[in-house]
Design a protein around this ligand. Sequence first.
Ligand code: PEP
Length: 249
Amino acid sequence: MRRRLIAGNWKMNGTVPEAISLVQRLKLLVSDVQDRDIAVCPPFTLLDTVSKMIIDTRIYLGAQDMFWEEKGAFTGEISPLMLKEFNCTFVILGHSERRWIIGETDEFIAKKVESAIRNGLTPILCVGERLEDREAGKTKDVVISQLEGSLSLVKDPESIVIAYEPVWAIGTGKPAYPKDAVDVISMIREWYGSRFGKDKAEGVRILYGGSVTPSNIDDFMKESEIDGALVGGASLNADSFARIVKYLL
Ligand code: PEP
């Protein structure tokens, strides 16, 4: 059985006082949750604050990106060792906002994924098609090409999480239909099996992300193929994120 993971991606949001009040309330609201994993991924500037606040909880910490080198002349970048200093467990890599706004390529993402795993971090690798890809019937080709590119340097995937995030569903209030998400997620698992073996494919957690809210999470989680959710906007409010964490089956 794969353990489900609900991860909140705060994106470029939050001041220190805002993070403190969000995490204080979240801790209270999810203190009784035991059968699923919870992670919050604040911006780098809040990792220290949040890390200290969740030390005595079951909430994991994640970052939203990292560079592949451990240290050196890479102005503006953050290394895996720096993330580990704040007890990060996860790191989101290849988010569509980095792919399409900042211009990150699969080649870049592949180096980051390899480095994250080598340094003991669990990448949450994001893949997903744009609206024009879907309309042109290219969803599966695009997703497979992102997987092949982003995982090209991984030999033995000790720990990795994949998030299927259709770009057209992110931040738009228009989530995918759960059955359509299941179609793509099943295809991702099949591809993963052909690349890394059946056992690894059975174990890898594949999340859905894109306009997940308290009112649609239950429908996604009723699908046994979907191993959790990567949540953007709705993770910025403790009550709505806690309701998502406490999805009902
Ligand atoms: C995301 O940023 O990964 C995301 C899924 O955002 P939202 O939930 O706001 O669509």
